[in-house]
Structures are given as structure tokens and as C-alpha cells.
Design a binder for this molecule. Structure first.
Ligand code: NAP
Length: 451
């Protein structure tokens, strides 16, 4: 036992005055948090400086056997949070309310909070951080982004002396599982989603995952940390994967790429117009995009997550691992819990919210990206010229054009250089009007190229 246990420290914690923990929610993550708290009490005591004791667990339904003494369970989360012997609150119930009210109650009472709730943080970090600041309590949320992967703390602490320019990540396991399976088997989206649901990789209602809401919440959190600017879910441009087809994966493969749902947070250069003041801006977006097979993110398969951070001095860093699941997520929660417990014992504090830069958010229309445009065309001379003419007309520069098939199956696959979304949208609208273009089959962005 460490020497410090012999004496009470800041807050009076010590061998006879343990640090009390309330866990809100005992589902996938809460069950594992409770298990680790109970199974590893000795290690946790040594690491935190004082015993860390589970005071209670709040759930919706009691009377279900959860493998812990019944007296630890309650449906009255409010009363549990308010208990005098609760010093730390772990929120793993999810949703906005009552989670938000309970976290605020804990913080207002000076109790530190550890949460995995990305949906809540993506909209309410400002309010929660202000409450933590007022009462000098801690707010930790490593588990809210990419499960077990340490990426929040590296951004807040390890890179706090650097300048992050870009984050590009695969932060949703369900969509990555689906796209990896489509890439491997050539099957279409609907069939693959069904299989993912059967195997437990997709929820019965998969909307939050497949439409990109979950990834957008994580992107908002990452961008806020990276750019010292408050970014909420509403600031994130979002497209999901439900319109991706087996053919998209096939055409991506033909140009040495695969398709991934990417969360991208980047600084883009300032708008030179006088009213915008030339200030640097932040672009935060989630969409499916082609990515070259030689890019490290293309090798991230199945339910795994990875986040690549590019910083001015550190260069490129890659964080990879299990982005979800009870035990992996609980690992991140427990890391935060030990930090918060140590702060209670030794008297330190978690870093507060840093939003001093206040960079403006760039609209998606101003965000330059490369594009992969797939067209069904008439099989006759002059088509290529007409198509290329529309790209030139709208100021979108072409990188490569590939012609495929004959007669009814004739297609053109155009890959552009960087172009603004608005210019590309105008080009596509004009292409659709061309007599020689039967249909614009798909328009996908291309990310992760050196250009
Ligand atoms: P879950 O399995 O659905 O468990 C939720 C738990 O909270 C259940 O025990 C439920 O009680 C309780 N609960 C829900 N609403 C409640 C309410 N209104 N009042 C009282 N108790 C309530 O959720 P989870 O998968 O563990 O996720 C928890 C949080 O972690 C979410 O914010 C999620 O986004 C985040 N997270 C999860 C993962 C993951 O892999 N699962 C990964 C990263 C982050 P009953 O048991 O009685 O129903």
C-alpha cells in the first residue's frame, strides 16, 4: 500500500474515508464499469490514492438479476447522485434527459463526472463545462469518442502545445462493419445491413449509426478539442451510408480505393471577403468517401475505429482500436475515473473547456474536396468533350477520366482535383441536363490523397 494511504489528503480522503462512486446505467458499458470497480478494487485503491467504493447503481428496471447485491440498485438516480458519500458520478445511461440534469446536479454539488455520452456532449459541453468550472469539479469524457481508443486525452493534453490542422477518422464501428463487408463480398447495402443486425453489429433501429449522427456527434467533440472552438452537432455537415451501392464499392476498387464513412475536422484557409476578415475557419463533416487503399485508414476493417491526427510539429499520429463494446468502453471510463479519483485525493483538477480560438465554421459549400463522379452516357463520339466542357465551365478541374463499357453499358468515371462543393454541385446539375448523359449514377468524395 502506498505511503499516502497512511494520512488523509485533500478533501479528507484516506483509508478510512474512501472515494464514493455512483454509476448511472448498467447496460453494456455500466455492467463492465461495475465489474472492474468490484474486481479490481485493490489496484484502483493504489492508483487513486484512496479506496474507490461503489455506492450505488441506478437503472430503469429493478428486479432483474444483474449479479450485484440488490441493495446497490436503485431507480432513483437523483437521490443517488445527491448522497453525501458519493464523490464521483459515472454517467453511462445515454440520452439527453435525465442524463443532462443528473450530470448538472452532480457538477453543481462539486462532484466530478465521467461520461461516455457523445450525444449529450455534442450539444451541451458548454453548459456542462461551465457548471464544472463554477464548482471546480472535473468533467471527463474519454469514452465518448472511439470507445477504448485514447484520443480525447491526447488532444487535450499531449498535443496542447502543438497546432492540430486536421483529423480524419473512422469513428463508427457499425458503418465500418457494413462498408467493409460490402467491399469484401460485393453485396448491396440492404442485405449487408440485415447481416450486421443479425450479428449484433447494428441496432434494431440503425438510424443514428447509418445516417452518420453518431459519427457527427464525435466529430463535433473532436473538432472542439482540436481547434479550441466550440463545435456542436448542428455545425457538422452529415451524410450517411444508406445510399452507397455495391457498384460504388466496385468503381472505387477499380481506381485503387475503398469507401469509408469518414469524420473530418480541418482548418481551412480564411475567407478573403472583407466581411469575413480573412479569418481561418473550421470545416467539420461526416460522409462516405473513397479513400486510397494505400491510406492507413483503408486497412481499418470491421467494427474497428481509427483516428488520424495531423499536427504542425508532431506530424501524423494514428490511434487505432476497439471503438465500442462494453469492456473496451469501460476501459476508457475507468481511466477517467482513476484520474478524477486522484484529483479528489491529491487536489488536482481536469483541464477545463478551451474555446478561446472561436474559429468560424465554414459551410460545406466552401469546403474543397476531390470528387469521383460516375456517369451513364450515350456510346457515341463527342460525349467526352461535352462532359469535360461542363466541368471546365464551372471551374472544376479534372484529374482523370475513365471510359468503361459499350452501348447501353457505356460509362464515364471522372475524378476531379480539389473543388468547392458548390462548384461541383453546379457541375453535376449541368451534367444531368446534357442530352448525352443518361444519368449521374453517383457522386462520391475522394479523401486521403496526397494532392
Ligand atoms: P445501454 O446498454 O442501453 O444501457 C443503458 C443503461 O442505462 C441501462 O442500464 C438502463 O436501465 C439505464 N437507463 C437508461 N435510461 C434510463 C433512465 N431514463 N433512467 C434510469 N436509467 C436509465 O447503453 P450502453 O450501450 O451501455 O451505452 C451507455 C452510454 O455509453 C451511451 O451514452 C452510449 O452512447 C455510450 N457509449 C456506448 C458504447 C457501447 O459500445 N455500448 C460505446 C461508447 C459510448 P435498464 O437496464 O433498467 O434498462
Amino acid at each position: 500500500m502506498t505511503e499516502v494511504l497512511g494520512q488523509a489528503r485533500a478533501g479528507g480522503f484516506g483509508p478510512d474515508h474512501p472515494i464514493g462512486v455512483a454509476v448511472l446505467g448498467m447496460g453494456n458499458v455500466g455492467t463492465e464499469v461495475v465489474r472492474i470497480l468490484r474486481d479490481h478494487a485493490d489496484d484502483l485503491r493504489e492508483r487513486a490514492g484512496a479506496p474507490v467504493v461503489l455506492r450505488g447503481v441506478s437503472v430503469r428496471r429493478v428486479g432483474v438479476d444483474r449479479g450485484i447485491p440488490e441493495e446497490l440498485l436503485t431507480t432513483d438516480a437523483e437521490a443517488l447522485v445527491a448522497r453525501d458519500d458519493v464523490d464521483l458520478v459515472v454517467e453511462v445511461m445515454g440520452g439527453i434527459d435525465p442524463a443532462r440534469k443528473l450530470i448538472l446536479a452532480a457538477l453543481n454539488a462539486g462532484k466530478s463526472v465521467i461520461t461516455a455520452n457523445k450525444a449529450l456532449l455534442a450539444d451541451y459541453t458548454g453548459e456542462l463545462a461551465a457548471a464544472a468550472e463554477r464548482s471546480r469539479a472535473d468533467l471527463y469524457f474519454e469514452a465518448a469518442v472511439a470507445g477504448a481508443i485514447p484520443v480525447v486525452r491526447p488532444l487535450i493534453q499531449s498535443l496542447s502545445g502543438d497546432r492540430v490542422n486536421r483529423i480524419i477518422g473512422i469513428v463508427n464501428g457499425t458503418t465500418n462493419f457494413i462498408l467493409s463487408a460490402m467491399d469484401e463480398t460485393g453485396a448491396d447495402y440492404d442485405l449487408t445491413l440485415k447481416e450486421a443486425t443479425r450479428l449484433g453489429y447494428a441496432e434494431a433501429d440503425p438510424t443514428a449509426d447509418v445516417e452518420g449522427y453518431d459519427a457527427a456527434a464525435k466529430a463535433a467533440i473532436l473538432a472542439s478539442l482540436a481547434f479550441h472552438t466550440r463545435v456542436t452537432a448542428a455545425d457538422v455537415y452529415r451524410e450517411g451510408i444508406s445510399r452507397i451501392t455495391g457498384e460504388d464499392l466496385e468503381t472505387a476498387d477499380a481506381v485503387g480505393c475503398t469507401v469509408k464513412l469518414l469524420a473530418i475536422c480541418e482548418r481551412i484557409s480564411g475567407d478573403p471577403s472583407p466581411d469575413k476578415g480573412g479569418k481561418e475557419r473550421v470545416s467539420v463533416r461526416v460522409y462516405p468517401a473513397l479513400i486510397p487503399r494505400k491510406h492507413p485508414l483503408s486497412a481499418v476493417d470491421g467494427a474497428f475505429n481509427a483516428v488520424v491526427v495531423e499536427a504542425e510539429n508532431a506530424g501524423r499520429l494514428m490511434f487505432y482500436g476497439q471503438g465500442a463494446g462494453g469492456a473496451p468502453t469501460a476501459s476508457a471510463v475507468m481511466g477517467d475515473l482513476v484520474m478524477a479519483a486522484r484529483n479528489k485525493f491529491y487536489g488536482g483538477r481536469a483541464p477545463g473547456e478551451s474555446v478561446y480560438a472561436e474559429l468560424p465554421i465554414a459551410p460545406i459549400g466552401d469546403t474543397p474536396t476531390r470528387y469521383h463522379v460516375n456517369l451513364k452516357v450515350a456510346d457515341r463520339t463527342g460525349v467526352l468533350q461535352a462532359v469535360a466542357g461542363e466541368f471546365a465551365e464551372h471551374g472544376v478541374s479534372i484529374s482523370t477520366v475513365r471510359q468503361e463499357g459499350h452501348d447501353e453499358g457505356a460509362r464515364l468515371v471522372v475524378v476531379t482535383h480539389h473543388a468547392e462543393e458548390s462548384a461541383l454541385a453546379d457541375t453535376v446539375a449541368a451534367l444531368a441536363e446534357l442530352e448525352s448523359v443518361t444519368s449521374v449514377t453517383s457522386v462520391l468524395r475522394l479523401e486521403g490523397t496526397e494532392e
